[in-house]
Design a protein around this ligand. Structure first.
Ligand code: NAD
Length: 501
């Protein structure tokens, strides 16, 4: 790295990547340990195919150890019964350590999951620290209630931590999604066993090391790496796990409901897939702004966003004009090295995911008109790259309009009336998010309540904030991450009747 390299230079980030020594063992009861079996799995940089680390491939026996450590920590009160303000201090310290290590965490995320350094360094990692800070500050601001039950009795209603939380997270926002679960679980006094996705375990392991440095007691946060059907299933079926909080596909979300039903009836909270509609009405004057939103809504993070606006529903009167602006912007997207801050699209998370997306693109070619993109990125170093791809004239029942592709693929359908727009937008098994563009306040108020989505963004896409709940309806799951409402997922209401007569 030249002495003058800054965060706007690829060389700045490449130098950090070169000297990285990732934690690769599981983190159980305050120590990094190999899997009992000794097995390991290569974590691959999807931009280059290089092995970033050989990560512990845990099995059910490792999950047993982690859950037992979490249970011991919960039972003896080293964290669960600590005064809220002391928990707050530890978590705020952890947030500061995340900020201190932000460059390395950003690079870890980029080389492990292929995410753009331009995003990990400015959004994912600072966002993770901000989420933790927000929840830590809540630690001593979660009051109970006294209900007016009549003379002689006092009914105290308090929120109690549930115990051992199993947090199973995906690879698209590995560190940030982990913090969506870990922060509210820890601030309310639970112990956590975190299971990162196979393709992106490294920042979760680094988080564990930082938590230890911050003074989080042993056993309170454990990280168990390995295969979903093995480690995830073992957590889901474990009799001593009290609650599962999951973000991932709808298919696996359904499995967690089954695991719970066939084991201990643990609580399960699911944030699953989406096929979010971006509805643009013909009364919008500023189509440039809309076009920017369309691009952002589908191509950021290579389309690997659960709330990605993957269906563009546009009023026929402005269809041609909007598509032209969207195509002009798409032509400026150049997939490339995600460690280069000037690059605006990276690879997908893995060669396997790229193959899945390419398959959908092949299907799309048989059912709609390919306007740009396709399956190949000229000159791309590995097969994990897929170009930004747009289909026009997509019918509502087409596979590419119904199934979550989780890649940079946009399906455009036109409509002629408000009623039709609402029907098309709601014509999905999912209900995670929707966007709505209109210059008519009356129309916004008419349409927004009728869109079946956990979040409706008006005249923007994908609005999100730690203070605001995030989650879906239908097969996008239930329960809400972020905001005060997430605390409900990690606490149970407890009533204590005191007879003082
Ligand atoms: P996935 O469901 O395959 O994996 C998610 C997690 O579940 C991973 O940790 C994985 O190891 C584990 N898992 C996989 N199979 C399992 C099994 N049989 N039993 C137990 N655990 C198992 O999803 P993914 O491919 O990692 O992520 C993409 C999906 O996540 C998309 O569908 C996307 O929409 C969804 N997602 C949703 C949100 C949201 O908030 N709603 C956010 C991000 C991603």
């Amino acid at each position: 790295m030249s002495a003058l390299a800054t965060q706007t230079d690829r060389s700045y980030w490449a130098a950090i990547a070169e000297r990285l020594v990732p934690h690769a063992d599981a983190f159980i009861d305050g120590s990094f340990v190999a899997a009992r079996s000794g097995e390991r799995r290569a974590s691959i940089n999807p931009a280059t195919g290089a092995v970033v680390a050989e990560v512990a491939e845990c099995g059910p026996e490792d999950v047993d150890l982690a859950v037992a450590a979490a249970r011991r920590a919960f039972q003896d009160g080293r964290w669960s019964r600590r005064p809220p303000r002391e928990r707050q201090e530890v978590l705020l310290c952890l947030a500061r350590l995340i900020a201190r290590e932000s460059d390395e965490l950003a690079v870890l995320e980029t080389v492990d999951a292929g995410k753009l350094i331009a995003d990990t360094s400015t959004a994912d990692v600072p966002g993770t620290a901000a989420i933790l800070t927000w929840y830590a500050e809540l630690a001593d601001k979660i009051p109970g209630e006294i209900q007016p039950t009549g003379e002689g009795d006092l009914a105290l209603v308090t929120r109690e931590p549930l115990g051992v939380v199993g947090a199973v997270v995906p690879w698209n926002y590995p560190l940030e999604t982990a913090m969506w679960k870990v922060a509210p679980a820890l601030v309310t006094g639970n112990s956590v066993v975190l299971k990162p996705a196979e393709d992106s375990p490294l920042t979760a392991l680094r988080l564990a090391a930082l938590a230890r440095e911050a003074g989080l007691p042993d056993g309170v946060l454990n990280v168990v790496t390995g295969a979903g059907p093995v480690v995830g299933q073992a957590l889901g079926r474990h009799p001593d796990v009290d609650v599962i909080t999951f973000t991932g596909s709808t298919a696996v979300g359904k499995l967690f409901l089954r695991y719970a039903g066939e084991s201990s009836l643990k609580q399960v909270w699911l944030e699953c897939g989406g096929k979010s509609a971006n509805v643009v009405f013909g009364d919008v004057a500023d189509l440039d702004r809309v076009a920017d939103g369309v691009i952002d809504g589908i191509f950021s993070n290579q389309g690997q966003v659960c709330s990605a606006n993957s269906r563009l529903l546009v009023e026929r009167s402005i269809e041609d004009e909007l598509i032209q602006r969207v195509l002009e912007r798409t032509a400026r997207i150049r997939p490339g090295d995600p460690l280069d801050p000037a690059v605006n699209m990276g690879p997908l998370v893995s060669v396997r995911q790229a193959a899945t997306v390419r398959q959908y693109i092949e299907t799309g070619k048989t059912e709609a008109e390919l306007l740009t993109g396709g399956t190949e990125v000229p000159g791309a170093a590995t097969y994990a790259f897929v170009p930004p791809t747009i289909f026009g004239g997509v019918t509502p029942d087409a596979v590419i309009a119904q199934e979550e592709i989780f890649g940079p693929v946009l399906a455009i359908t036109s409509f002629d009336s408000e009623e039709e727009a609402i029907r098309l937008a709601n014509g999905s098994v999912y209900g995670l998010a929707a966007s709505l563009w209109s210059d008519s306040l009356a129309r916004v108020h008419r349409v927004a309540p009728r869109l079946r989505a956990g979040t409706v963004s008006v005249n923007r896409v994908d609005a999100i904030d730690v203070a605001v709940p995030f989650g879906g309806f239908g097969q996008s799951g239930f329960g809400r991450d972020l905001s005060r409402h997430a605390l409900d997922q990690y606490t149970g209401l407890k009533t204590t009747w005191i007879n003082y007569r």
